[in-house]
Design a protein around this ligand. Structure first.
Ligand SMILES: [Zn+2]
Length: 213
C-alpha cells in the first residue's frame, strides 16, 4: 500500500491518500475542515483513482471537509456506526471551540462500519477496529503493515477524552485492545509523526498502565 500524508487546515490534521499498488485503487482517510485537501489531490498528476472515503471519527478537523471532498470525488463514504451522533454535531462543533466559523455541514455517509468489518481496496484489505473513548465511535483501519488511528493514539500521547461524548474509562479499554495488534504496525495518527505500536507500547507515558497489567 502506498501512503501519502497531507497535513491540512487550522488543526494541522493528517489526512491520507492510500493506494493499492497492484490496481491503483485509492482511498482517502479523513478530510481536514476545509477544501485544502481537495486542492492538493487535484494537483496530483496523474490523478489518483479515488474509490472510497474513510472517516476515523466525526470531529470537524477529520470530517468537516467531507462536503468539499465529495463535490470533487463523489465516492462511497464510510463512517464508524457508533460515531453518527457525534458526526451529526458538525454544524455546531465550531461553537464548542468558540469558533462558529468552523461549523460545517455534515456531508453524505453511504456505509457504516462496525468492529471487525473488512473494507476492500483493490487487492488491499483493510480491517476496522472500534476504539471509542476520544469520541463515541472512533475507530482505526489497518492492514498487515500499517494502521490509521485517527485521534486514538499519537506519538508519545493519546487522544483527549474531555470533549463532548468523550469517555476516559472506555478509552483505556480501547487502548488495551489496540495494543494487542501486532507491534510492527506502522501507526499513522491524526496529528504528529509516524510511529509503531511497539514503540508506543514501550515508551508512551500514557500507556504505562499496559506494562503493569
Ligand atoms: Zn478528534
Amino acid at each position: 500500500m502506498k501512503i501519502t500524508c497531507f497535513t491540512v487546515g487550522a488543526f494541522q490534521v493528517n489526512t491520507y491518500l492510500i493506494e493499492d499498488e497492484t490496481t491503483g485503487d485509492a482511498a482517502i482517510i479523513d478530510t481536514g475542515e476545509t477544501d485544502e485537501l481537495v486542492q492538493k489531490l487535484l494537483s496530483i498528476n496523474p490523478r489518483p483513482r479515488i474509490q472510497k472515503i474513510l472517516l476515523t471519527h466525526g470531529h470537524l478537523d477529520h470530517a468537516g471537509g467531507l462536503v468539499a471532498l465529495q463535490s470533487q470525488f463523489d465516492v462511497p463514504t464510510y463512517l464508524p456506526r457508533k460515531e453518527l451522533p457525534l458526526f451529526e454535531t458538525l454544524p455546531v462543533q465550531g461553537d464548542w471551540f468558540g469558533q462558529p466559523s468552523f461549523n460545517r455541514p455534515c456531508g453524505r455517509i453511504d456505509h457504516f462500519v462496525d468492529d471487525g468489518d473488512d473494507i476492500h481496496l483493490g487487492d488491499t484489505k483493510l480491517r476496522f477496529i472500534s476504539t471509542p473513548g476520544h469520541t463515541p465511535g472512533q475507530g482505526c483501519y489497518y492492514d498487515e503493515q500499517d494502521i490509521f488511528v485517527g485521534d486514538t493514539l499519537f506519538f508519545g500521547s493519546v487522544g483527549r477524552t474531555d470533549l463532548p461524548m468523550g469517555n476516559p474509562a472506555i478509552m483505556q479499554q480501547s487502548l488495551q485492545r489496540l495494543m494487542q495488534l501486532p507491534g510492527h504496525l506502522r501507526m499513522h495518527s491524526g496529528h504528529g509523526p509516524v510511529t509503531t505500536l511497539a514503540y508506543e507500547k514501550q515508551y508512551n507515558p500514557f500507556l504505562t498502565f499496559l506494562r503493569h497489567a
